[in-house]
Design a protein around this ligand. Structure first.
Ligand SMILES: [Zn+2]
Length: 278
């Protein structure tokens, strides 16, 4: 009985993730890369969060080599990427060398990143890279600073510094940026990086968060069932749907095999899987 139930749930989850061909029929969609790497597209607009990083630390997914090659070559599904967003400078989220290489290969890409990441890019750049930095948008934010608004063409971009998990005891120096991006004035997504799930980080900017409900949020999986994670997603970010990221490879794809607290939630666990954003 347990097997049958488990099989049905697996099928239901599979039906929930549609093939990319369907997802690209003009509607908005999210396409999973690895760890916290996600591509979001809406019509002609296409953005990437945390797409290039060197470290799995033995427990997170790396972007498959073939997927990475397509990204550098600008081949589908990575053709005409508009912007890349970096959550923070940790090895399982960001490679300064690879983001520089991507910018050299794809001259239309704009990069949005916290200052710590941009400093690392500058120290890895050669003299010939000077012009690249005209396409790098650095945000310099302290904890409790007001949200910053940026943007380009068809993207509205908001940045807020939310402490890295470990707050208030550790990693306080890490500039973790929660990006809220609206594509084509129609699809809003929120990528939380490695945010700490405590509502105290969201109360001061309650009006900012509630001003633009998210069609889809990408929280680290520890938002499900830890701290104020669910209240933040539902009450602050007002996410209509959330898909968890940063999922350890040891976590079963079968919800019934997961710890109780993680059974009822949608998680990205396989490179290339997609979700339609409605
Ligand atoms: Zn981190």
């Amino acid at each position: 009985m347990k097997l049958i139930l488990s099989f049905c749930i697996t099928i239901a989850l599979c039906l929930g993730s549609r093939p990319l061909a369907l997802a690209q029929d003009g509607g908005a969609s999210a396409y999973y890369m690895a760890n916290e790497g996600v591509m979001v597209s809406d019509g002609d607009s296409k953005i990437l969060f945390d797409p290039l990083f060197p470290e799995s630390y033995g427990q997170y997914l790396l972007v498959p080599e073939g997927m990475k090659a397509a990204l550098f070559a600008g081949e589908p599904p990575f053709d005409d990427v508009d912007a890349v967003f970096i959550s923070h400078y940790h090895g399982d989220h960001f490679s300064p060398q690879e983001v520089l290489a991507l910018m050299r290969a794809q001259p239309q890409i704009q990069v949005y990143a916290p200052t710590q990441a941009v400093i690392a890019m500058r120290s890895n750049a050669g003299d010939e890279d000077a012009a690249l930095f005209e396409r790098v948008n650095a945000v310099s934010l302290q904890y409790k600073d007001a949200p910053v608004s940026l943007g380009m063409n068809n993207l509205e971009v908001g940045a807020v510094r939310i402490p890295h998990s470990g707050w208030p005891n550790g990693r306080l120096d890490v500039e973790n940026i929660v990006w809220r991006v609206t594509l084509n004035q129609s699809t809003t997504v929120v990528h939380l990086g490695d945010a700490d799930p405590n509502d105290v980080h969201f109360t001061d900017d309650a009006a900012y968060w509630s001003s633009r409900p998210a069609d889809m949020a990408f929280p680290p999986y520890w938002f499900f069932g830890n701290g104020d994670g669910l209240e933040i997603l539902e009450g602050r970010i007002r996410a209509r749907r959330s898909v968890g990221i940063h999922v350890p490879t040891t976590l079963s794809a079968d919800p019934l095999q997961r710890p109780q607290a993680l059974r009822g939630y949608d998680l990205f666990q396989r490179p290339g899987e997609t979700r339609r954003i409605e």
